[in-house]
Design a protein around this ligand. Structure first.
Ligand code: DGJ
Length: 742
């Protein structure tokens, strides 16, 4: 039993294997939060944790009574307007101008399994018993509205998935201007807040700050989750490390505008909330309608940041990602983008495919430029018809030729966009997000299609599904290359304009749902100018995402390290590209480029036909190596060891251990080589302490406990390989492959 209810005190104790989450019904009928953290034994009552009292300068709920104030109460899902002055989870503007709400406990039920969230991505239960769901119903009699809070407890994953649903049973419209997915009032504020921040080509860099009194937040108002901030934050105790100490992770399963914030009040309570960004949001809830918030996933780890990430990885890999590809080895691909950009024809593509096949590549992906008149980024988005000048036998013909080579074929789309120079725009100039009579901004010469309109989503579905039905396509790269501006849709009335961004995302989810259901055998990879929409919402439909347009091996260390805070390695598209690198001009060895890309859904993104013979031989060996260890790289347990964001950032190490601990691979990357360095050792993690391991290229056996506690001294390894005075050069890296001795 993971949900224990004390029917008398109306206390709810949600237990995962390592955490407890406790809340109760307060004396005014609202919900109060009691505790979230390391698992505690159940007892009948934790009511003593509610410590209200007479304090100066406080507002109290009941006339003549100085014993109960919401500002002194840790709340479960705070509403605006009475005695709490912090930012609420819910804010409803009413026709009479009031913004006060007062939702009181009405009923609850516990069920096994997990209900689906209508039209939204969410974690799911595969076998009914692995998840229990608590549904709490609260009611505001004055509004005649019902608030349902859903808590699904993933016991084995130490995770709780939460959301809120508001239903209007009254006679008047309700304007919902804020409805957060989760709120947690933590006892104190002695935490550091970790966020994944960046921009195009440097997504998800790890940033850390000490919580301070007041508000601290990250958010996106760009129309997508964005590469600037990821819909995630973690709170860690200052003493917590990668492997020890308390860490809480909050992740939002959503791809649109979001807000994740912590408000520290005068009592040092840290209020964490995460959900759709209330800025520029309003949902007009008509009588009889309901609004379902996206899902937030909360993870508690007593084993530091790695513990948090491993819980997210396991949950998102197995209970968020769906479909046949979820558990299948992901194909090694060649993508032509950095190899040709727009400049290709069928002969060139077939040449690249043939030579890739010879090296062992399994999937060839044709990127941007195959449709309409698209020879640069100024035209043709929206015209998903093949360009016969480039591909005389069409996509179907090309797909046949590539599959005849014994490879799979994949295709790029950017369904959410349109170029003004396109048939689609000529026919439907009103199908873009815009505000009539206002000038229109563009990004990369393109405009955002109005996915809040059903007919637009239908049209894209028609075009894409026709191609997927006709041609032998096993992979789709779904790109999205600009943020939203002039957000407006003439298809909706004035009082619904603030719904457009959310409706847009629902449209994107709808198209994904239709395509993934009709073509379950197709592997979808999401992409947004690289990793600018790398979020859990996307992972529900597409089990992998293009991590970043920055393919430089050194830049990728930071990007992949940061991404791994939440997202599994199998979800990170990672390609070896040409040097000098196209984003930063750096020259790294083919070995280091592959050593970085192995920790992801591996592939090449270069013109293989222009590679030297010895490079091709090396690539062939890399592909063989990856195939041999693919299940380990894609489905092992990932450990971050040394951070590129700490010390001077010169060194990164991380490793993968197979689930049965029989195999492991550790990667050690150095940015700049340095003379006469101090001793360094590699301390492995996750091995079987009682087993003996062979390390490829090393003599003898090493015990698991020895490798984890004492480690492998690197000076010793370097002596063996070459003279200690011989420089290794900049950007060098090395893999250590471990096999358990039978
Ligand atoms: C941005 C993507 O991130 C790239 O990989 C590539 O697909 C281009 N768009 C194509 O326009």
């Amino acid at each position: 039993m993971t949900i224990i209810v004390n029917e008398k005190t109306k206390e709810f104790h949600l237990q995962t294997s390592g955490s407890s989450y406790l809340f109760t019904v307060l004396e005014n009928g609202q919900l109060g939060h009691l505790y979230y953290g390391k698992k505690v034994n159940h007892k009948d009552s934790f009511q003593h944790l509610l410590t209200n009292g007479n304090r100066p300068n406080t507002a109290y709920v009941k006339e003549g009574d100085m014993s109960f104030s919401l500002e002194q109460t840790k709340q479960e899902y705070p509403a605006y307007g009475t005695t709490d002055f912090r930012e609420p989870a819910l804010h409803i503007e009413q026709v009479d101008g009031s913004r006060i709400s007062d939702f009181r406990y009405k009923s609850h039920r516990v069920t096994s399994g997990k209900p689906k969230l209508d039209g939204l991505p969410a974690t799911y239960a595969e076998d009914g018993d692995e998840v229990e769901t608590l549904e709490i119903t609260l009611y505001d009699d004055y509004l005649d509205a019902e608030l349902t809070l859903l808590y699904s407890v993933f016991e084995a994953h130490d995770a709780i998935a939460r959301s809120a649903r508001l239903s209007n049973h009254g006679k008047a419209n309700l304007n919902v201007s804020r409805i957060m997915s989760a709120n947690v009032d933590l006892f104190d504020s002695d935490y550091e807040m970790i966020q994944l921040s960046g921009a195009w080509a440097r997504e998800r860099h790890v940033k850390n700050r000490r919580l301070e009194s007041g508000l601290q937040s990250i958010s996106s108002t760009r129309g997508t989750s964005s590469g600037h901030q990821n819909p995630f934050l973690a709170l860690k105790r200052p003493m917590a490390t990668e492997f020890t100490g308390d860490v809480y992770g909050f992740s939002l399963v959503y791809s649109g505008n979001f807000l994740a914030q912590v408000e520290v009040d005068y009592l040092d309570v840290a209020r964490v909330s995460i959900g759709i960004h209330p800025f520029d949001f309003n949902w007009m809830l008509e009588p009889g309608d309901s609004f379902q918030s996206p899902e937030a996933v909360m993870v508690y780890s007593g084993e530091g940041l790695n513990g948090m990430s491993q819980r997210f990885h396991e949950l998102y890999q197995t209970r968020l990602a769906r479909g046949g590809w979820r558990d299948q080895a992901r194909p090694i691909l060649t993508n032509n983008w950095e190899g040709t950009y727009f400049d290709f024809d069928e002969e060139k593509i077939l040449d690249m495919a043939r030579q890739s096949k010879e090296l062992g590549v399994e999937l060839f992906v044709l990127d941007d430029g195959w449709f309409g008149k698209r020879n640069d980024d100024t035209t043709s988005l929206g015209d998903w018809y093949v360009n016969y000048d480039k591909l005389p036998d069409g996509i179907t013909g090309l797909a046949d030729k590539i599959t005849d080579l014994g490879m799979d074929f994949g295709l790029w789309f950017e369904p959410e966009m349109v170029s003004k120079a396109s048939r689609l725009y000529e026919e439907h100039p009103d199908w873009i997000l815009h505000v009539p009579d206002r000038s229109l901004s563009h990004g990369r010469n393109q405009y955002v299609l109005d996915f809040s309109r059903g007919e637009v989503v239908d049209a894209l579905y028609e075009m894409m599904s026709n191609i997927l039905r006709e041609a032998d396509i096993s992979y789709v790269k779904w790109d999205m290359n600009r943020y939203m501006t002039e957000i407006g849709s003439p298809a909706w009335p004035a009082d619904r304009q603030k719904e457009i961004v959310h409706r847009y995302i629902l449209g994107v989810y709808d198209l994904y749902e239709r395509l993934t259901s009709e073509f379950p055998e197709v592997l979808f990879e999401s992409c947004a100018s690289g990793g600018c929409r790398f979020d859990p919402g996307m992972l529900y439909y597409a089990p992998q995402a293009w991590t970043s347009d920055d393919t430089d091996a050194v830049e990728r260390l930071k990007i992949q390290y940061g991404t791994s805070f939440v997202y599994p390695v199998s979800s990170m598209g990672a390609h070896v590209s040409a040097v000098p690198n196209h984003q930063v001009g750096r020259v790294t060895s083919l070995e280091t480029r592959a050593n970085t890309a192995y920790f992801g859904a591996f592939g090449y993104e270069l013109d293989v036909t222009s590679m030297a013979e010895e490079e091709k031989a090396e690539m062939k060996a890399q592909i063989e190596f990856y195939k041999q260890h693919r299940d380990l790289f894609q489905f092992g347990t990932f450990y971050r060891l040394e951070s590129p964001f700490e010390k001077d950032g010169n060194r990164t190490t991380w490793m993968m251990v197979s689930k049965d601990q029989s195999r492991a691979v550790l990667a050690d990357y150095h940015v700049l080589d340095r003379p006469n360095q101090g001793f360094t050792r590699l301390q492995f993690k996750g091995l079987d302490p009682d087993a003996a391991y062979e390390i490829e290229g090393y003599e003898g056996l090493y015990n698991g406990d020895e490798l984890m506690e004492i480690g492998l001294q690197l000076g010793h390894e370097r002596f063996r390989e070459r003279d200690i005075h011989e420089p290794a050069g900049d950007f060098h890296s090395r893999l250590f492959i471990l096999n358990k001795k039978p």
